[in-house]
Ligand binder design. Sequence first.
Ligand code: ZN
Length: 62
Amino acid sequence: MAVKDKACKECGHLTKEEVCENCNSRQFVEKYKGTVVMFDNDNSIIAEKAKTTGNGKFALKY
Ligand SMILES: [Zn+2]
């Protein structure tokens, strides 16, 4: 059975680890409305709208 990614409560980064790789937070939420994958966060209009803070997989509306 596949384990669903958890969303970091601080930055929205999606991970299966116990610690967020993006901001080192240990607080996660399991409910979120959607996901976005960021490749070039600094130059992305989506990143601006979604307020992501790095590259990788992020949750929306967590
Ligand atoms: Zn985080």
